[in-house]
Design a protein around this ligand. Structure first.
Ligand code: PCO
Length: 245
């Protein structure tokens, strides 16, 4: 698809920021999540007084190994499997993956590793990220960026899995060929951050979030209960210590 660079109109005329839910899995390409989020937010400011997108992250347990927290904007919201379980104690409590589906305007899984790709293609949902995907509202876009070692990419099971996802209307942002983290050169690297952002903004163009069209959502209850992780920088910690002394 030919997407014009910076042809963003992520701003909703009614004022609400467009809500990007970013899923990260256990590919080493998750090291780029900070760059992806920071750059997307910065680019969404172009032509607008302030960012026109809000990004929240769903990370699998394996993704957590690769997240470089220092690269993420301060106060980035990261939801993990433990949030799903810690936030539920009785039947009146909201279910985190359902609230995330209601909250988001778009779900972007970047990177999508071989394991989670296989799970999604089979309909498995054994963690927060795969539950979000399984409960996804097909009226909203879901984009995925495969990323894995070339040997895994070339396994015969990969292409049918990708084809299954695209047959459901999920949009693939194809992987590229380059030197991978393990030193091998070949297909399987996550698409470039610039390309991912262009595709996300292009998909957001068609997302309407007119006043009154939002599904009622109880995500604020998680945030105010402090059950999800916010990332704070070292300077926040220093400021806190200074204010305590
Ligand atoms: C390597 N696996 C990988 C996963 C995909 N790689 C990438 C890129 C990064 C660096 O530009 C890691 C983002 O190579 O997406 O490298 C061996 S298992």
């Amino acid at each position: 698809m030919d997407v014009e660079l910076f042809s963003i109109n992520a701003v909703n005329p009614n004022g609400r920021k467009k809500r990007v839910l970013l899923g990260c899995t256990g590919s080493v390409a998750t090291i780029k999540v900070g760059l992806l989020v920071s750059q997307a937010i910065a680019e969404s400011c172009i032509g607008n007084a302030e960012p026109s997108i809000e990004v929240r992250i769903v990370a699998t347990d394996n993704a957590e190994h690769f997240i470089v927290h220092e690269d993420l904007p301060k106060d980035s919201k990261i939801y993990t499997d433990s949030d799903e379980w810690n936030s539920w104690s009785s039947r009146e409590d909201p279910i985190l993956h359902i609230e995330l589906v209601k909250w988001a305007d778009i779900f972007v899984i970047a990177p999508l590793d071989a394991n989670t790709l296989a799970k999604l293609a089979q309909g498995l949902c054994d963690n927060l990220l795969t539950c979000v995907a399984r409960a996804w509202n097909f009226d909203k876009p879901l984009l995925f960026c495969p990323a894995m070692n070339t040997r895994m990419w070339e396994h015969p099971v990969t292409a049918p899995h990708v084809a299954t996802l695209t047959s459901w209307g999920y949009k693939e942002i194809p992987c590229v060929e380059k030197r991978l983290a393990c030193g091998d050169v070949g297909m399987g690297a996550m698409a470039e951050v610039d390309d991912i952002i262009r595709h996300v903004f292009a998909s957001l163009e068609s997302v309407s979030c007119d006043e009154g069209s939002d599904e009622p959502c109880r995500l604020d209850e998680f945030d105010s209960s402090g059950s999800s992780d916010s990332y704070f920088t070292d300077s926040d910690s220093e400021n806190l210590q200074n204010s305590e002394t």
